[in-house]
Design a protein around this ligand. Structure first.
Ligand SMILES: [Zn+2]
Length: 198
């Protein structure tokens, strides 16, 4: 599949869709047909939503969450517990925590985990900003993926935060090894939050 000038607009569309996570070429063809056969109901609202999101949605300069406002709605929510910061790898994990409905503190979204293989170092995870925020917090809850890289990252963060005075805890049992929060049911996340330990 190519995006050269010889590719038809339909092929270009299918090729772009096929690059989205979880979609192969067959799904991309199905979606392209669906969009083009329902222009008013589906294609045009989607175009508008994409253009609007591309313009308006940005990472929060405080916590890294994606939102239409900066600072984001969670950072500016006066009802949130400001002494707790939950560290997650991605906005999807933040949404999973929010979906569990058991956490009312703030977040820090790292945007990934340390990876020697992929060349991701501490500076990429905005850990200096986390340390500065943690200095004014009571507890930092690490809710990073239960993978080798996730655990390496948790150790590195715990070491970085050692001098801030904040208590560093981790989500407790119930989070399977290799699991991403987004794949867990809300009850499991809530139980893991209750079972957290240092
Ligand atoms: Zn924020």
């Amino acid at each position: 599949m190519s995006t050269t000038s010889r590719a038809s607009p339909l092929d270009t569309l299918i090729g772009s869709l096929a690059r989205l996570p979880g979609l192969g070429r067959r799904s991309a063809q199905r979606i392209a047909l669906h969009l083009l056969s329902r222009r008013e109901a589906v294609l045009e609202p989607l175009l508008e939503a994409l253009a609007h999101a591309a313009r308006a949605v940005k990472p929060c300069s405080v916590c890294g969450n994606l939102d239409g406002a900066d600072p984001c709605g969670i950072c500016t929510d006066a009802g949130r517990e400001r002494g707790q910061i939950c560290v997650v790898a991605s906005p999807a994990d933040l949404w999973a925590m929010e979906g569990a409905g058991a956490y009312r503190g703030l977040y820090h979204v790292t945007g990934g985990v340390l990876s020697a293989l992929e060349g991701v170092g501490p500076e990429a995870l905005n850990l200096d900003a986390l340390a500065a925020r943690a200095a004014g917090a009571q507890e930092v809850i690490l809710a990073l993926p239960a993978t080798v890289d996730g655990m390496t990252t948790a150790h590195a963060i715990a070491a970085t935060l050692a001098e801030t005075g904040a208590r560093v805890t981790r989500l407790g049992q119930g989070v399977p090894v290799g699991g991403e929060l987004g794949r867990l049911d809300p009850g499991t996340i809530a139980a893991a939050l209750r079972a957290r330990g240092g």
